[in-house]
Design a protein around this ligand. Structure first.
Ligand SMILES: *[C@@H]1O[C@H](CO)[C@@H](O)[C@H](O)[C@H]1NC(C)=O
Ligand SMILES: *[C@@H]1O[C@H](CO)[C@@H](O)[C@H](O)[C@H]1NC(C)=O
Ligand SMILES: *[C@@H]1O[C@H](CO)[C@@H](O)[C@H](O)[C@H]1NC(C)=O
Length: 457
C-alpha cells in the first residue's frame, strides 16, 4: 500500500499542472462575476481544478509571518524557568524522570463525556455502536464540497458503494446529545479559531470540518480556502469570523534536515512554526503513524536530544517526543483562552482486517486485530495524564477500528497525485490505502464528537 510518507508529499507534486489552466480559470471566474447568480456562481468544478480555483479565490496572498528565529526548545529553561522546575538547576533528565513518576500515579485522563446523558459521568461518547442512518448521513455530499482532495473523495474516484457514508455513531446511554447539524457547527465556530496540528490524518479531519461548515453556509461565496503551503491550510467562513486551520507536523517534534542532507528528529524540540498556533481557541493535535515506519519509510536518519545523537527504540522516542509536546502545551497554552485536544491514534486496517473490498463495519463484538502496538496508545494516554494543562482525549481509536469499510482502499490516488488507474486498482496489495478515510465518512464523526466535547466543557 502507498506509505503515508509518499501520500503526504503529494500535495506539492500536483501544483504544476494546475498552474497551466489558471488562465482559463480566471476567464471562468470573470464570467461567473458577470452572471452574478451566486448559487450558480460556478458549475461544480472538475475535481482536478478545485485547488487552483480556491487559490484564485484568495485575496492577495497574506503571507504568514516568517517563523520565529528560534524554535521552541524543551530544555531552554534558562530565561523562564518552568513552573514545575523544582530547585532551579534541576537537570532535564531528572525532570523527565519526575514527570514519569507523576504520570504513573496520576488518575486516568478524563475522556470527553456527554454531560447531557442520564446521570452525568455515566455517558462516554466514545463507547457505543454504529447504526445505519441514511436520513441524517452523510452530513454533506462530496459534490457540494469542491475543495475535498482527490486522496479522500472515494466516490469521485470510482468507489461504487456508498453505504459507508451512512453510519452514525451512537454513544451508549448518551441520549442523542452528539447529533450535529452544520448550522450548529457554524455557530460554534463563530469568532473562533480552530487549529489542527499533526499528520495527514489530521488533515483528513480538517477537510471534513471545513466541508461540514462550508456546506452549511447560507452564502457559500463567503468562504475561502487558503493553501498557504502544502503544510499550512486555512478555511475561513467570513460572515462567521470562523477559521479552521491545518498545520502539518507529523511527529509534533522537529524533523530537521542537516547540511549533509541527513534528517535528525529532535526529540526535545518543537518546530518554530508552532508558535503560530498559540492563542487559538481550539487546538487538536495528533501523531502516531510516522513513528511506526521502519526501513526505507522511516523519515529520520537519527534521533537527537540536547543536540547529541541518541539511540533508542521507536517507542521510547515516541514517548519522549510526547512529553516534549506536553510540556510545550503546559508552558505556552493559556487555559482560559485555549481548549486543547489530542486525537487518539487512527487505526490502519492491514493484515487480518485488511480494508480492501470491505463494505460494512465490523460488528461491535467482532474480532479486531489492531495493526499498531497497543503500547503506543498507552504512551499517549500516559503523556496526557502528566499534563498540567488538561488536554481532552478524543478517544476515537476503538470506534474507528470498527470501520474497516471506511478507507479509500483502491479509490484513492497514486504517488503522482492522480486517481488510481483501472490497472492500478487491480493491484490492491500495491495500491490500497487503508490508512486515510473517505470523505464524507468517518472523520465527520470525529468532528461531531469534537464539537460535542466543546459544548460539554
Ligand atoms: C478509550 O476507549 C477504549 C474503548 O472504549 C477504552 O478501553 C479506553 O479505556 C479509553 N481510554 C481512555 C483514556 O478513556
Ligand atoms: C474574530 O475571531 C477572532 C478569533 O479567531 C477573535 O479574536 C476576534 O475577536 C473576532 N472578531 C470579532 C469582531 O469578534
Ligand atoms: C473484491 O470484489 C470484487 C468485486 O466484487 C471481486 O471480483 C473480487 O474477487 C474481490 N476480491 C477479494 C480479494 O475479495
Amino acid at each position: 500500500m502507498p506509505p503515508l510518507t509518499a501520500m503526504d508529499s503529494l500535495a506539492t507534486s500536483t501544483a504544476r499542472r494546475w498552474a497551466l489552466c489558471s488562465l482559463l480559470c480566471i476567464c471562468l471566474f470573470s464570467a461567473g462575476l458577470l452572471l452574478g447568480s451566486r448559487p450558480f456562481f460556478f458549475p461544480p468544478p472538475p475535481p482536478w481544478e478545485w485547488e487552483h480555483f480556491s487559490r484564485l479565490q484568495q485575496p492577495p496572498a497574506p503571507r504568514p509571518p516568517p517563523p520565529a528565529a528560534t524554535a521552541y526548545h524543551d530544555h531552554d529553561d534558562s530565561t523562564a524557568p518552568a513552573p514545575d522546575a523544582g530547585p532551579g538547576d534541576l537537570a532535564s533528565e531528572e525532570q523527565e524522570e519526575q514527570d514519569e513518576e507523576l504520570a504513573a500515579s496520576a488518575p486516568a485522563p478524563a475522556p470527553a463525556t456527554d454531560g447531557d446523558g442520564e446521570g452525568s459521568g455515566k455517558c462516554d461518547v466514545f463507547d457505543g455502536s454504529w447504526v445505519r442512518d441514511p436520513a441524517r448521513y452523510p452530513l454533506y455530499e462530496a459534490a457540494e464540497c469542491p475543495f475535498l482532495s482527490d486522496q479522500v473523495t472515494c466516490r469521485r474516484n470510482g468507489r461504487p458503494d456508498s453505504g459507508y457514508e451512512q453510519w452514525r455513531w451512537q454513544p451508549r446511554g448518551c441520549a442523542g446529545a452528539t447529533r450535529l447539524d452544520g448550522s450548529t457547527a457554524l455557530e460554534q465556530c463563530r469568532n473562533r479559531r480552530l487549529v489542527f496540528v499533526g499528520d495527514s490524518l489530521n488533515r483528513n479531519m480538517w477537510e471534513s470540518l471545513a466541508c461540514i461548515l462550508y456546506t452549511a453556509l447560507p452564502d457559500r461565496s463567503r468562504a475561502r480556502v487558503h493553501d498557504i503551503s502544502s503544510e499550512y491550510k486555512i478555511f475561513r467562513a467570513m460572515d462567521f469570523n470562523c477559521s479552521v486551520e491545518f498545520l502539518w507536523s507529523p511527529f509534533l517534534v522537529q524533523l530537521e534536515t542537516k547540511q549533509d542532507r541527513t534528517k535528525a528528529l529532535k526529540l526535545d524540540q518543537l518546530p518554530a512554526m508552532l508558535q503560530r498556533v498559540i492563542g487559538a481557541d481550539v487546538l487538536v493535535f495528533n501523531t502516531g503513524h510516522w513513528w511506526t515506519h521502519t526501513g526505507k519509510l522511516r523519515a529520520w536518519d537519527h534521533l537527537e536530544r540536547n543536540g547529541m545523537l541518541v539511540k533508542m527504540e521507536g517507542e521510547e522516542a515516541f514517548s519522549r517526543a510526547l512529553r516534549t509536546w506536553a510540556r510545550w502545551v503546559d508552558q505556552n497554552v493559556k487555559q482560559t483562552k485555549t481548549r486543547v485536544f489530542f486525537r487518539s491514534i487512527s487505526p490502519q486496517h492491514k493484515g487480518a482486517n485488511w480494508c480492501y473490498n470491505q463494505t460494512a463495519p465490523i460488528a461491535a463484538d467482532g474480532a479486531i486485530v489492531p495493526w499498531f502496538p497497543k503500547s503506543m496508545v498507552s504512551i499517549v494516554e500516559r503523556s496526557i495524564r502528566s499534563m498540567r494543562t488538561p488536554a481532552t482525549y478524543l478517544n476515537i481509536t476503538r470506534l474507528s477500528e470498527l470501520r474497516v469499510d471506511a478507507h479509500p482502499s483502491v479509490y484513492s490516488i497514486n504517488r503522482d497525485g492522480k486517481p488510481l488507474s483501472l490497472e492500478q486498482r487491480q493491484q490492491p496489495i500495491m495500491y490500497a490505502d487503508c490508512s486515510h478515510w473517505c470523505l464524507p465518512g468517518l472523520p465527520d464523526t470525529w468532528n461531531v464528537l469534537l464539537l460535542a466535547s466543546l459544548i460539554m466543557r
